[in-house]
Design a protein around this ligand. Structure first.
Ligand code: HXC
Length: 258
């Protein structure tokens, strides 16, 4: 499938989606988010994909929603055709592991899409921000919810109310990103992590992701009960039998993803 605003490729069991709208610093126009949704759906269906990387260019992961498109919207058009529900949320709904590899600007919706991924690996040049307040609005794709869960109230308020950008090192200290690497190593390091994840049992990785995400939605007692039940259910998979047999036999496990 040919796309206009993203590039898609696979490397082994890893799918890579590169946001590719350089003239607008990968601003998330409707065409781009629809193409992103489509590419994710294809990777979700593809049995041979075990992990996805979402990335942008060296200068920008994404500079936010397309402000020129947003300018044309009014309440009723946004309400009736909610782009967030229709396409953006496809990233948050994606069931396989997905890593954001961020270099340069991740602003507004760009920061929000990165936060919808399971974790973020950032280059030293990455800058995160929720500058919507400068445009007379507030974050609208999860920024006021996911950012405080990642960095705590003080930094989330600081970023959302001042609109300032948070550099990569601060983002790592605050817990927004899992690792910071030199810009030229970003894709290699992310590919190594994605390949490692994709070598595991896919259903077990999916259940692990689901359980970790549950920590943000449930209280501790419910969350632990959910975890225990999912853990028990994993003993119905062939991959659990294989993983434990391989350990006992002192050999590498050959997961069949079932
Ligand atoms: C549309 C954008 C854009 C955006 C950049 N461009 N960001 N177009 N929407 N979000 C375009 C510029 O208009 C310009 O096009 C080209 O990209 C290069 O940008 P410059 O501003 O010339 O680059 P630079 O001086 O390097 O500044 C980079 C920047 C700045 C600091 C990132 O572009 C910027 O502040 N962008 C807006 C960031 C922002 O406010 N994001 C939040 C959007 S609201 P031309 O044609 O002039 O060359 C949002 C809400 C989400 O995300 C809600 C979801 C439901």
């Amino acid at each position: 499938m040919a796309y206009n605003t993203i590039q898609v490729k696979t490397e082994g069991r890893v799918g890579v989606i590169t946001l590719d709208r350089p003239s607008a610093l990968n601003a998330l126009c409707d065409e781009l988010t629809n193409e992103l949704k489509d590419a994710l759906a294809a990777f979700e269906r593809d049995e041979d994909i075990g992990c996805v990387i979402l990335t942008g260019s060296a200068k920008a992961f994404a500079a936010g929603a397309d402000i020129k498109e947003l300018q044309e919207k009014d309440f009723i058009s946004l309400y009736k055709h909610d782009p967030f529900a229709e396409s953006w949320e496809s990233v948050a709904r994606f069931r396989k592991p997905i890593i954001a590899a961020v270099s340069g600007y991740a602003l507004g919706g760009g920061c929000e899409i990165a936060m919808m991924c399971d974790f973020i690996i950032a280059s030293e040049t990455a800058k995160f921000g929720q500058p919507e307040i400068n445009l007379g609005v507030m974050p609208g794709a999860g920024g006021t919810q996911r950012l405080p869960r990642a960095v705590g109230k003080a930094k989330a308020m600081d970023m959302c109310l001042t609109g300032r950008m948070m550099p990569a090192k601060e983002a790592e200290r605050a817990g927004l990103v899992s690792r910071v690497v030199p810009a030229e190593e970003l894709l290699d390091v992310t590919m190594e992590a994605a390949t490692t994840i994709a070598s595991k049992s896919l259903p077990i990785a999916m259940m692990t992701k689901e359980a970790v995400n549950t920590a943000f939605e449930m209280g501790l007692a419910e969350g632990v009960r959910f975890e225990r039940r999912v853990f028990q259910s994993q003993f119905a998979t062939e991959d659990q039998t294989e993983g434990m047999a391989a350990f006992a036999d002192k050999r590498a496990a050959h997961f069949k993803h079932r």
